[in-house]
Every structure is written in structure tokens, then in C-alpha cells.
Write a protein that binds this ligand. Structure first.
Ligand code: FES
Ligand SMILES: [Fe+2]
Length: 342
């Protein structure tokens, strides 16, 4: 299976990208990420072209990074700009690959493919992460599974009634009343769920003022594997509120789920969860962070890792999986990724 390199991947939350270089592997390529003296996020190949030392263990000095082994220095374009030894000659091969990076929505995004094809407008739209009308928590965890299993997980939220019983799930009998539609719009998948007159799940943190309400759970998937989960509870019979227009009678919990293939067998998972109600209440923000951690890291991740382990390295379709109606979103994502990487 090949990776979709022509796509924007989240490489870290903006606040975590500093002058201290950090290595991360995306689509099988190890890169180094740091902020230079001008405040720009820089992404380079992590392997020094001399004796292949990891630049992530080097030092950022102004607008260059110094190799930790023999001190060659590289600028943001990947060119070697200083050889401190002998006649100080810089061999033409002393250059490393540089990558297009963009900072948007509180994250640093990297384009792993041809830089000429990179269009920042193609980054998934997540303005709520920096919207002052929302309280936001962000997080990261590592998953020992192929990233497509994470797409499957989010595109089929029927699992909530079974593994998220104390966090984001409703009991199976209530969850079964869901109205569910899946459609594709070009290469984007919209998986939309609606529950009428049900108790708000614990993730609404008791912030909804009524005992029952209508829950909208709209998931949008963008290739390669970035998702927006637009979740809200509104008074029964009233319409869904757009994320850009939060109202006091509803509780909006938009979330970003940014899945990034590390290798064929592992993935990074960056998430951001926001809420429109009681945004200054620090205890609610703490509870939101704990609940997100429990849901994604303690409930989803171990299940997905076990599924991947039991796949035993076999290709998904070679195992002839039983396909349910609720798998439509996941199947569409696999189809779109296969088309885009063929
Ligand atoms: S390995 Fe980088 S300078 Fe020698
Ligand atoms: Fe889940």
C-alpha cells in the first residue's frame, strides 16, 4: 500500500513547535520540525547527508540547524550553508529535502509530496480551534495500527454504543434510533447522524439545560485522513446550529481528528475538542480534556490496536471482512484513497 503524499498532514500543534527540533515520521519519511529565529515553522529531512546523523538532535541557531555529529549547518531550504572544517568547501551533495509547511488553525501542516502542488487552501477548515467563542483542548497519541483503521473508526460511530458507554455513547437501544446518511461530495465524505429527543451524552458535561434534546453528529472526512466531527445538542425540534453561529440554547462540541500515517503499521492521532458553553469554566475544560483522553486514548486506541494485531499483517480485503450498512463511510474512504494513490 502506498501513501498519499500529495496532501496536508498535521505534524504538530503550533504551541509544541519551538526552536527545539523534533523528529516525526510521516508516510514513512522521517522529518525534523522546528521554529527558526524568524518564527517560521521549518520542516526538513531528518537525516544529515554526511554520515546520516539525526538533525533532530542538533541545535537551531538563528535560521539554521546544526548537525549534532560534525556541525554542518542547513538553512530552511535544506541547503548546507556552512562546513566548519578544512577549507570549508560545501560539496554539492550536502543538501537535504525540505517540505512545505503551513501554520493554520493552531497546527503546523506539512505537505509530503511535490511542493509545487501544495495549496494551503486545501487544508481542512477548522476555524473553531482559534475561535474565542470556544474553549478548546488539544491532544496527541500514537496508535499501533494502520491509519485506515482510524478512518473506519470515525466514519462508523455505531461503535460508540459499545465501547464508549460512559463517555460519548448512548445505550444501544437509544443509539439504534439514529437516522444515518452517508454521501460523498467529490473526494469528501459526509457521514451524518441524527438522534431525536435523547438524553445528552456525558461529553456534553451537563451543560445542556434540558433533560432531552436532539443530537446532531456530522462527520466530514477529507483525504488523506483529516476529519471534522461537528457534534451538537439542540432543543428538541429546533435546527442544527452551524459551528460559526453558536447559540446559548444549544451546546456545540466541534472536534478535529487528524490521523497521520507514520508507517504502514502505525499512526499519529492529533485531536482538538472545543465547546461553545461555559467556556471560562476551567473545571469543565479539565473534564473535557479527561473525557477526550479516556474516549480516544483509553477506549478507541486499544480496540483498534487489537483489531490490527489480529489482522496479522494481512491486507484488509484479503480477510474478506463482513460489510455492514454502517461501513459505507469507511468503504468510501478506502475507495477514494485507492483512487488517489493509484
Ligand atoms: S553527520 Fe552531519 S555533519 Fe557529519
Ligand atoms: Fe470512538
Amino acid at each position: 500500500m502506498t501513501f498519499l503524499k500529495d496532501g496536508w498532514y498535521c505534524a504538530g500543534w503550533k504551541k509544541d513547535v519551538t526552536e527545539k527540533p523534533r523528529a516525526i515520521t510521516i508516510c514513512g519519511e522521517e522529518i525534523v520540525l522546528f521554529r527558526d529565529a524568524d518564527g517560521r515553522a521549518v520542516v526538513l529531512e531528518n537525516r544529515c547527508p554526511h554520515r546520516f546523523a539525526p538533525l533532530s538532535q542538533g541545535r537551531v541557531m538563528g535560521n539554521v540547524i546544526q548537525c549534532p555529529y560534525h556541525g554542518l549547518e542547513f538553512d530552511r531550504s535544506g541547503m548546507c550553508v556552512l562546513n566548519p572544517h578544512g577549507q570549508k568547501v560545501i560539496p554539492p551533495r550536502a543538501a537535504i529535502k525540505s517540505y512545505r509547511a503551513e501554520e493554520k488553525y493552531g497546527a503546523v501542516w506539512v505537505w509530503m509530496g511535490d511542493p509545487a502542488a501544495a495549496d494551503p487552501e486545501a487544508i481542512i477548515s477548522l476555524p473553531f480551534i482559534e475561535d474565542e467563542r470556544y474553549a478548546v483542548v488539544t491532544g496527541y497519541f500514537h496508535v499501533k495500527a494502520n491509519y485506515q483503521l482510524l478512518n473506519d473508526n470515525l466514519l462508523d460511530l455505531t461503535h460508540s454504543a459499545y465501547i464508549h458507554t460512559t463517555t460519548v455513547g448512548l445505550p444501544p437501544d437509544i443509539a439504534a434510533t439514529v437516522k444515518y446518511t452517508v454521501r460523498s461530495e467529490g473526494n469528501v465524505i459526509r457521514s451524518e447522524r441524527f438522534l431525536s429527543n435523547v438524553p445528552p451524552t456525558p461529553q456534553f458535561l451537563n451543560l445542556f439545560k434540558e433533560p432531552l434534546g436532539d443530537i446532531y453528529s456530522y462527520l466530514s472526512w477529507f483525504p488523506p485522513s483529516s476529519m471534522l466531527l461537528d457534534l451538537s445538542v439542540v432543543p428538541h425540534g429546533s435546527p442544527k446550529r452551524p459551528i460559526e453561529e453558536p447559540t446559548d440554547d444549544a451546546v456545540l462540541i466541534p472536534g478535529a481528528h487528524l490521523v497521520v500515517p507514520e508507517t504502514q503499521d502505525t499512526a499519529h492521532y492529533f485531536y482538538a475538542v472545543a465547546r461553545s458553553a461555559a467556556i471560562d469554566d476551567a473545571s469543565k475544560t479539565e473534564a473535557m480534556g479527561k473525557l477526550s483522553y479516556q474516549t480516544f486514548v483509553q477506549e478507541d486506541a486499544p480496540m483498534i490496536e487489537e483489531c490490527y494485531r489480529l489482522m496479522g499483517g494481512k491486507e484488509f480485503y484479503s480477510l474478506q471482512p463482513a460489510i455492514l450498512e454502517s461501513d459505507r463511510g469507511g468503504i468510501l474512504a478506502r475507495r477514494i484513497l485507492a483512487k488517489l494513490t493509484s
